[in-house]
Design a protein around this ligand. Structure first.
Ligand code: TRP
Length: 443
């Protein structure tokens, strides 16, 4: 069975697919508005610290578990820890199901925006338009279309499906984001946007909710805490340099997030739309930016289309990785064919997304539960598992690596530092979720 497991065709294929998983809607809308809401540069600094201190160690832990076992999450945990760890693996798969269910709804919006822009341009009354598009039957239809495309790619398998999609799509995304950032810099008045982006409210560093948001964002953006990177790593050859890969993925992910901010804020400020931002949490991307594009004339239409195509591409390569976790687990558990597993799992996830497509409140709650709770909890257990339970973690992580000698600190971080930070974050996040649920029930 292990011998016949499909492998990436080479290093580039894996790297692009993993970067494709990491770079997605999380970088483009979540990062920008999180930074704007949480003290600007102070948040960005905390986010970088979280990425280095917590994200990178957990990333390497997932890579190590995945390549070492050559299995999907549930089996990988059982392989090293025995059956007692099955529930954690099941939690990973659940997280994938929950996150993809609403992620696909948001991605559906981005497809809809792209198609609309190509057909009729961007509307000036973007707020109303967003309201009309975000929930209801149209949102549902685009969600289903997006899921179908995701399923088709995943059913193609590692090389013919996932790797090929990443090889084509990731360069497009990189090009678009860089071109857009350069364009934004040429706009008159963009300086105020940079100033806003890089404002530094250092007091924010000491606020627990900023800390929580920074950690949550690092996890979500790096695709950590639910075995997505683990699953991709299970298709790796033994000679891959895992520590080097983890750094490449993290740097690319940060790079795109950072550049996305360099597009969003200059555009908004150059067009005098700053009042709009912060009025709605999703606002910057789906309401304010389309307004900016609408008021830029014909050029704005093209720029806007380029921006939304980048979003669609980022969303798709991320959704693929989420579905792959579920599908590879189903294949490993039941032995069914990939195509069948992809359509059945994907179909069920599409169904689970229906409530999110019909209500923004439900979508927000699912983001909170899936994005913050599941991932942080998953990351906590992962660090404990690889730090304390997995017998040969150090050897496995350093095999094929030029940096094996540097890994001493890694295990220490996984054992003592990461679990403490994540337990604290989880606590704050639980309090918030309880509040949200109460709010939903009361209102
Ligand atoms: N990282 C992706 C983004 O930023 C989303 C994503 C894909 C994800 N796979 C994941 C998040 C696994 C958590 C876990 O949009």
């Amino acid at each position: 069975m292990e011998q016949t497991r499909e492998h990436w065709s080479g290093r580039l294929g894996f790297t692009l697919a993993a970067v494709g998983s990491a770079v997605g809607l999380g970088n483009m809308w979540r990062f920008s508005y999180m930074a704007a809401e949480n003290g600007g540069a102070a948040f960005v600094m905390l986010y970088v610290v979280m990425t280095l201190l917590v994200g990178l160690p957990v990333m390497l832990a997932e890579l190590t578990l995945g390549r070492g076992s050559g299995k999907s999450p549930i089996q990988a945990l059982v392989h090293y820890g025995g059956n007692a760890w099955k529930p954690l693996g099941a939690l990973f798969v659940m997280a994938g199901v929950v996150i993809l269910a609403y992620y696909s709804v948001i991605a559906g919006w981005t497809v809809r925006y792209t198609v609309d822009a190509a057909l009729t341009g961007f509307p000036t009354e973007a707020g109303d338009r967003f309201g009309a598009i975000a929930s209801g039957i149209p949102a549902l239809c685009w969600h289903l279309v997006f899921m179908a495309v995701t399923i088709v790619v995943v059913s193609g398998g590692i090389r013919a499906g996932i790797e090929r999609a990443a090889l084509i799509l990731m360069p497009v995304l990189g090009f678009l984001v860089i071109a857009l950032a350069i364009y934004a810099a040429t706009l008159e008045g963009s300086g105020a946007g940079y100033a806003y982006y890089f404002q530094t409210d250092f007091a924010a560093i000491w606020q627990t909710d900023v800390l929580r948001d920074a950690a949550g964002q690092a996890f979500f953006s790096l695709s950590l805490g639910m075995g997505a990177i683990l699953t991709y790593a299970s298709y790796l050859d033994r000679n891959t340099d895992l520590p080097a890969e983890s750094v490449t993925i993290a740097i690319s992910d940060f790079g795109v997030a950072f550049l996305a901010g360099m597009v969003v804020f200059p555009l908004i400020f150059a067009l005098g739309l700053q009042e709009d931002v912060g009025a709605s949490t999703l606002g910057a991307l789906f309401i304010t930016l389309p307004k900016a594009f609408a008021s830029m004339g014909p050029a704005g239409n093209w720029i806007g289309i380029a921006f939304f195509v980048a979003l669609v591409v980022g969303g798709l390569t991320s959704a693929i990785s989420l579905l792959e976790v579920v599908v590879s687990s189903a294949i490993d558990a039941t032995g069914t064919s990939r195509g069948k597993a992809a359509w059945i799992c994907g179909g069920l996830i599409a169904l689970l997304g229906v409530p999110s497509a019909l209500s923004l409140d439900v979508l927000g709650l699912m983001d909170q539960i899936g994005g913050n709770l599941f991932l942080i909890f998953g990351g906590l257990l992962l660090s404990v598992f690889v730090g304390w339970v997995m017998p040969d973690a150090m050897d496995e992580a350093s095999e094929g690596s030029r940096f094996g000698g540097l890994l001493f600190g890694w295990k220490t971080l996984l054992r003592f530092v990461v679990p403490v930070i994540l337990a604290a974050v989880l606590w704050f996040s639980l309090l918030d979720t309880a509040e949200m649920v109460q709010g939903l029930i009361a209102g």
